[in-house]
Design a protein around this ligand. Sequence first.
Ligand code: MLT
Length: 330
Amino acid sequence: MKLQKTLFAGIAAVLSTGALIGSNVASAQKDWPTKAIQMVVPFAAGGPTDTIARLIAVPMGQALGQTVIVENVPGAGGTIASTKVARAAPDGYTIYIHHMGMATANALYDKLPYDPMTSFEYIGQVADVPMVLLGKKDLPANNFKELEAYIKANGSKVTMANAGPGAVSQLCGLLFQSRMGVRLTNIPYKGTGPALTDLLGGQVDLLCDQTTQTIPYIKDGRVKAFGTTTMKRLPAIPNVPTLNEQGLKGFEVKVWHGVYAPKGVPQPILDKINAALKKALNTPDVKKRLEDANIDIVPMEKVSAKGLKNHLESEINVWGPVIRKANIPD
Ligand code: MLT
């Protein structure tokens, strides 16, 4: 009898501890966030991904009542940052913004230390960014035809910057070279922020970059624009023809972005991050800044876990064969 009583008391104690832990977890999720949140960016500061991250970090922080701090973790075309985030604590204090490199890395790297389809929680898609094939101001070619002739005459003496294997600048640059049947000298940087600085300084000849930063430089002639990677011309630079209309039929690269968290973040926290992201994308300042760079904010139904996960999966299926066919080296 005495033993039975002790046993019951023990069970009651365990149950009440369990209930206490359960209620602590629930209240931690309810109170979240109680400290600053880190938004990891897989490329160097000053580049397109970093710019979008900093643009949304402020209104997201305001919506959440805590600062969202941007941390740049560049290298290996974004895969170093993806690995870091996949291994981070699933407490909602680490979130991640990455572009379509999340889908292309699968085909570019033999073995990744994470799986884009299972190692993350999906918060939502953000925006689609067009790209432009740019040249330094002093490049002798003034239009696409002249660029073709210049490349034919100079071959591997022509240099092309990119942000490493897995970066969209590399993908765009190598697809361009594959379509032109040439191999230029490709120079990797930690992001297209520093690559653009070198293009402006004349240290490198070509760069395929997103419009996030480049429109003002194209408009005032500090870089040459040889063609957009879109099917239609861009309203901000209507005089720049598409690569498609200049002979590279079907040449289309639009850079989509998504926000992620490590696998295992509790749903109530994911919901709060998602609501903050939606709010940020509807802020007039953010909308204006993105519109000026001809960046499309995705429809709000895509700013969702389902929207991002489905898109990522379909993009892995689209880019895998394209990358293998173009024989893009890692
Ligand atoms: C960056 O933010 O530097 C770019 O998105 C890099 C790239 O993918 O080209």
